[in-house]
Design a protein around this ligand. Structure first.
Ligand code: ATP
Ligand code: ZN
Length: 210
């Protein structure tokens, strides 16, 4: 019998909830310690623990059949995968934020400005849709300190409570996208019996939580 593989985040904001969801589905497995792969003892499934950024491509390429990842990461990597189920955790928004003292008041005021982000693809599309020409500065992290350092006029970053923005003297300015964790599958995987069975279990766990 075929064994499915599901990729989840190894550590970070989605790890704990992803593990909890799978355990609540009645799946028995060891949590990530040092091995990348954990077999499930009571279902033909293996759990792959990965960095979230790698999950969409692993699923698109069929290295994993399924994955749990934020919609923001899927949109940014522009992969072809099937959306199977929204999971209701990892909720956040991708927002443009500007310094509190800034004179930027409307979207048009972003013309000619520089915006630091780790999401250049999503931001680029958003600016294009709104006919804004701005300089996108792609950086790999700590985006929120960039205006304070004089590296950019604005930022585009994930926000949940807004606390990080506030403590860096920034205010949210425009919503680019909202996101939550979703179950994705290799294109066509939704027609497979084992995948259907797993989706059903996940849906009953989500229903019980309502
Ligand atoms: P990795 O080491 O796996 O690359 P990471 O540092 O890129 O981890 P995390 O910060 O753990 O990622 O965030 C994982 C996901 O959690 C995000 O892609 C997003 O979908 C979601 N998320 C929810 N709230 C927030 C938030 N306030 N800031 C960032 N991500 C958030
Ligand atoms: Zn990441």
């Amino acid at each position: 019998m075929k064994t499915l593989k599901i990729a989840i985040q190894k550590s970070g904001r989605l790890n704990e909830k992803s593990v909890e969801l799978l355990k609540n589905c009645g799946l028995n497995f060891e949590n990530y310690k040092s091995s990348l792969i954990s077999p499930v003892s009571n279902f033909p499934l293996e759990i792959l623990f990965l960095r979230d950024d790698d999950i969409p491509e692993y699923v698109q390429d069929g290295i994993a059949d399924l994955g749990i990842v934020g919609e923001n990461v899927i949109r940014e990597t522009e992969v072809k995968v099937s959306y199977l189920q929204r999971l209701g955790f990892g909720k956040c928004s991708l927002k443009i934020a500007v310094p509190n003292t800034n004179e930027i008041e409307s979207l048009a005021d972003l013309n000619g400005k520089s915006i630091a982000t780790t999401y250049p693809v999503i931001l680029g599309k958003f600016l294009k849709e709104n006919n804004i020409t701005a300089d996108i500065r792609t950086i790999s992290g700590s985006v929120e300190i960039s205006p304070g350092l004089g590296l950019s006029d604005a930022i585009c970053d994930l926000v949940s409570t807004g606390g990080t923005l506030k403590s860096n003297g920034l205010k949210p300015f425009a919503d680019v996208m909202s996101s939550e964790a979703v179950l994705i599958g290799r294109a066509g995987s939704e027609d497979e019996d084992l995948v259907k069975e797993l989706i059903q279990r996940i849906q009953s766990v989500l229903r019980a939580k309502e």
